[in-house]
Design a protein around this ligand. Structure first.
Ligand code: T6T
Length: 316
């Protein structure tokens, strides 16, 4: 089929098989491949995805790895490729390892939309939708500096895995902003493999090495929940300022309870919904905005209840 026929089919609601470079794709089918299963950030994203895609008459499917691990996500991409949906929304768990598998989708005529994380190679996806993660990291550092005032001390960054575009950007933004606050001494970043247990033990070990530890920036949900455990185990909750990223039910409870001093919350449902809108535009041959940044907001105990729409969901 030529380009005109493709547009006509998609324009009347489709339902048919649309010819493209690598064979037929099922233009009314859309698949979401999150970074990991059963995790409130991705659950909230999935809610936005399902609602928007189903409202537009698309058949949807969600296939998530059980761990945030490219070795688990790559076979999922291969399986989805065999069914050739019209579009795939994906959160690549590694900014380079997923490039080949995602390019295979593109080459088969599947429209690829990055949601949350992204590849280094910007030629694969038609669109990327995420928070401005570098700004989010900077916001975390500014929030910490405000909480600490003119007190001095060391600050630790707990990161997930190198090669995760979002958390790498958060750590970079945090580090750059922290350098503007000479009373806060950077104690470096430590990777946790996105495992809460590792985050907990790295916090307790850092407390021993840096008795003046005044702040911890945990770059995502798992590192944040783990860091809270580490501070509890060391009897240091409240004494060390814990700034988390994300707003899972557990993180929100710890913010209310004073274990966490601030959370930088994202808007995952809007990431999912916007990803669907861009996927539909791409399927219909319309112009697609290449990058879109969704909201980020700092939550503290004092203002959290006025921003409760940012709390993540455990189910839709
Ligand atoms: O912080 C989110 C997401 O933005 C990041 O890319 C990976 O971790 C989370 O899913 C939270 O666990």
């Amino acid at each position: 089929l030529g380009a005109v026929a493709v547009l006509l089919l998609a324009g009347c609601g489709g339902g048919g098989q649309i010819g493209d470079s690598g064979g037929d794709v099922d233009a009314k089918k859309m698949v979401l491949i999150p970074g990991v299963t059963a995790e409130p950030f991705y659950i909230s994203m999935e809610c936005g995805f399902r609602e928007a895609a189903q409202a537009a008459g698309y058949q949807v499917d969600v296939q998530a790895p059980s761990k945030f691990d490219s070795n688990q996500q790559i076979p999922i991409v291969s399986g989805v490729l065999a069914n050739k949906p019209g579009a795939v929304l994906i959160s690549p768990t590694d900014d380079t390892a997923l490039a080949g598998p995602m390019k295979s989708l593109k080459d088969a005529g599947v429209k690829v939309v990055e949601v949350d994380t992204a590849l280094v190679d910007t030629s694969v996806a038609v669109s990327s939708v995420s928070s401005d993660n570098e700004q989010g990291g900077a916001l975390a550092a500014r929030t910490l500096a405000e909480l600490v005032g003119d007190k001095t001390g060391s600050v630790l960054v707990l990161n997930t895995k190198a090669g995760t575009s979002t958390t790498d950007a958060r750590a970079k933004g945090f580090e750059t902003e922290l350098a503007k606050h000479p009373n806060l001494k950077y104690a470096g970043q430590q990777y946790t493999d996105n495992e809460p247990d590792q985050a907990a033990s790295k916090v307790t070990a850092t407390l021993a090495a840096y008795p003046d530890l005044i702040g911890v920036f945990a770059t995502n949900l798992n590192t944040g929940e783990g860091a809270a455990t580490g501070l509890r185990n060391a009897g240091k909750t409240g004494a060390v300022n814990l700034i988390g990223f994300d707003a899972s039910p557990k993180q929100v409870e710890d913010l209310r309870g004073g274990v966490v001093q601030a959370l930088i919350a994202q808007d995952p449902a809007t990431i999912g919904k916007t990803g669907v809108e861009h996927a539909i535009a791409a399927i219909e041959g319309k112009e697609v905005q290449r990058t879109t940044e969704t909201d980020l907001v700092a939550l503290t105990k004092a203002d959290m209840d006025s921003k409760s729409e940012y709390f993540y969901k455990q189910e839709c």
